[in-house]
Design a protein around this ligand. Structure first.
Ligand code: SAM
Length: 219
């Protein structure tokens, strides 16, 4: 079993510059992928003007660009991939968003300490990259002042089999990165325990797309 540090190092190797460039080109041609677009739809129901966002594992930054275009005041990207961050930072520069954006490289579990609390947190296809989903959710719940939106895979035997196969083929290529399928009911329970309620849910097969709102100790 890889340690958390090894895991993050392998995410940096797996999500490399080549993959970042490919995804960025696709984004320029087609816009955000389906799951990301659904997160945007869910968050569009809420006021974003003047608000702040942390996008965890935000990749090339599609959610951040939407947020700034929707009059958001600032975005912070925390990512374990230097290739993705480099691509996102270039996009921010091209659009003159240097003063509204921040890019933090590292493992969210540690790197979040460099970021202040924000209104919105997004975790688009990120929780499945990390062995300890509880830690990611608890940190996010403490750090967000109002909403958290995330996407994560459905659970069950078939999902686990696909995740295992993906890990197996990645290993054949000499890499250590592997995805994780976490129990859906436990993910939801963790949000509840942290004082959040689920206010939106969609299934974009095989991904759950959900938004949670802080109800206890509103900041
Ligand atoms: C599957 S990609 C998703 C990228 C983007 N959100 C999207 O939906 O296109 C997972 C992202 O999570 C990042 N990641 C994985 N583990 C991380 C960690 N511990 N801390 C921060 N980012 C992490 C990866 O570097 C990568 O950018």
């Amino acid at each position: 079993m890889a340690t958390i540090q090894e895991h993050c190092c392998s995410a940096n190797i797996f999500f490399d510059e080549k993959m970042a460039k490919k995804q960025y080109q696709r984004y320029l041609k087609k816009g955000p992928p389906k799951v990301t677009a659904r997160i945007i739809e869910q968050l569009s129901m809420h006021e974003t003007e003047g608000k702040s966002l942390i996008d965890v594992g935000g990749g090339i930054g599609a959610l951040q660009w939407w947020f700034l275009e929707a009059k958001g005041a600032k975005t912070i990207s925390i990512d374990a991939s230097s290739g993705y961050l480099k691509q996102a930072e270039e996009h921010a520069k091209t659009n003159g968003w240097e003063n509204k954006t921040r890019f933090i490289f590292g493992d969210y579990v540690e790197a979040h300490k460099q970021a202040e609390s924000v209104d919105f947190i997004t975790l688009d296809k990120m929780v499945c990259c990390y062995p300890d989903y509880r830690e990611i959710i608890e940190i996010s719940c403490a750090k967000s002042k109002s909403h958290i939106a995330l996407s994560y895979p459905i659970d069950g035997l078939i999902s686990r089999l696909f995740a295992w196969l993906e890990g197996f083929f990645t290993k054949l290529k000499g890499q250590n990165f592997r995805p994780f399928v976490h129990p859906v009911s436990e993910i939801r329970k963790t949000f509840e325990q942290q004082g959040y309620e689920r206010i939106a849910h969609d299934l974009v097969f095989p991904w759950h797309v959900e938004t949670y709102r802080r109800v206890k100790n509103e900041k």
